[in-house]
Design a protein around this ligand. Structure first.
Ligand code: UDX
Length: 438
């Protein structure tokens, strides 16, 4: 089928590449000429495992093309996917101006029947707005349908999540549009859930908030574990093996970050308030997430007393492993907080150094070229992202290079007993007090 994706960011680019891989003829539109130029040159602006080869392969097969012209996109695709940013506003609600602008642009170029699909994460009832906007700006009598088809991909495993999704959600109220959508997804082996537009939009916000709720739940338990001497990893295993609960997203740590959860939870709270039914449980999810971060910093302050002039190593800058994305990264927040208190920070991340270099805090820290280099001379090591590379660092080498053997493991990456055996004072999350072998 001929498909158009408007917006070549994380979701748009990966969706376009995966649709092309499934045999569709995809035209990706982006209003940033530089980005389009980069993509046409076969370069990918983000680090995402498997994406670059997929893009190259499908560009070579002529199933994937890029342009800056929306008109060309509207002409090309039977189905037009909107995958533009939906950034947060200061009050937590979503800025839908990019979606509205694209809806108007599509409308003025609409000739024959098209299906317009909302792929971006949007608050419930946005589809209705998109439909009424297009109706207002399109030539009279032009036929179109609006569909909601939320994306559930995770950064770091985006290609796999798209090629082998748990489920495909399609929200719409026209049989003609739904039939085309089902045809697009025929090559993908996954259960398809067909709903009305509002339910599909709500599914996305409800899914992300439930996952964030699980994280805050285990983080709240982690504090109780610390106060009582229990081990949160054992508790997570003990409750996670219950099939009704599940082990996924029960990793206690520094809290959730990234470009989705913080924004989506705030947006869901905002829309629930606008609808007159405030979702106060999610406010508590946010509060626990912030408290967890502050608790971690308090632990560092408590152990080091004064942070000013302390040499601290930070492992990890990306908001999670297997990505170079530093947007709303808790690791970056940790670095910022330490720098604000006068600490001398040296940081290392396997993939996110280039993106981190562009942040204001980069000028106030040193960036090392390996985990051991970052730790050399450090008075404490802070693990902020759970990259596999960090788990394989030789602890005796680490002990050798550090000035004082103190580890704050914000992601429970290391084994506390092994760390203690190598002479470290170790503090994880929800794993009792500082472990110290005498
Ligand atoms: C998320 C959703 O998983 C995805 O379905 C949606 O489409 C976009 O938002 P993503 O932001 O890429 O994906 O990452 P995810 O793996 O969900 O992690 C989000 C945050 O939660 C990260 O900061 C991660 O460190 C944190 N997290 C995750 C935990 O703290 N504990 C966990 O057990 C899992």
């Amino acid at each position: 089928m001929k498909l158009t994706i408007i917006g070549s960011g994380y979701v748009g680019l990966t969706t376009g590449a995966c649709f092309a891989e499934a045999g569709h003829h995809v035209l990706c539109v982006d209003n940033d000429p530089k980005k389009v130029e980069t993509l046409l040159a076969g370069e990918i602006p983000i680090y995402e495992p498997g994406l670059e080869s997929l893009v190259k392969k499908n560009v070579a097969a002529r199933r994937l093309r890029f342009t800056t012209a929306t008109e060309e996109g509207v002409e090309h695709g039977e189905v037009l996917f909107i995958a533009v940013p939906t950034p947060p506003q200061p009050d937590g609600s979503v800025d839908l101006s990019f979606i509205e602008k694209v809806a108007r642009e599509i409308a003025v170029h609409l000739g024959s029947y098209r299906v317009i699909v909302d792929k971006s994460t949007v608050p419930v009832k946005t589809g209705e707005r998109v439909a009424s906007t297009i109706r207002r700006y399109a030539k009279p009598g032009v036929e179109f349908d609006v569909v909601s088809n939320p994306e559930f991909l995770r950064e770091g495993s985006a290609v796999e999540d798209l090629m082998k999704p748990d489920r495909i959600v399609i929200g719409g109220n026209s049989d003609r549009a739904l039939a085309l959508m089902q045809k697009i997804y025929e090559p993908f082996v996954a259960p398809v859930l067909v709903t009305d537009i509002n339910s599909a939009e709500l599914i996305k916000h409800a899914a992300n908030s439930f996952l964030a709720l699980k994280i805050s739940y285990i983080n709240a338990i982690s504090e109780i574990c610390e106060m009582s001497g229990a081990d949160v990893l054992k508790v997570a295993e003990g409750i996670g093996t219950d099939k009704r609960i599940g082990r996924a997203f029960l990793n206690a740590g520094l809290g959730y970050g990234g470009s989705c959860f913080p924004k989506d939870i705030a947006a869901f709270i905002a829309i629930s308030r606008q609808l007159g039914t405030p979702f106060t449980l999610l406010e508590e999810v946010q509060r626990i997430n912030e408290h967890q971060f502050q608790r971690f910093l308090d632990g560092i302050r408590e152990a080091l007393w004064v942070l000013k002039e302390k040499k601290l190593a930070v492992w990890g800058l990306a908001f999670k492993p297997n990505t170079d994305d530093v947007r709303s990264s808790v690791a970056i927040r940790v670095v910022e907080a330490l720098v604000a208190e006068g600490a001398e920070v040296t940081a290392y991340d396997p993939k996110a150094m280039d993106k981190a270099r562009l942040l204001p805090v980069a000028s106030k820290i040193k960036l090392a070229s390996s985990p051991l280099e970052a730790a050399t001379g450090a008075e404490a090591l802070i693990i902020a992202t759970e990259w596999a590379e960090f788990a394989s660092v030789d602890l005796s080498d680490l002990r050798e290079v550090m000035r004082t053997p103190l580890i704050f493991d914000g992601r429970n990456l290391l084994d506390p007993v092994a760390a203690a055996d190598f002479g470290f004072q170790y503090r994880g999350i929800g794993r009792g007090a500082v472990v110290e072998r005498s």
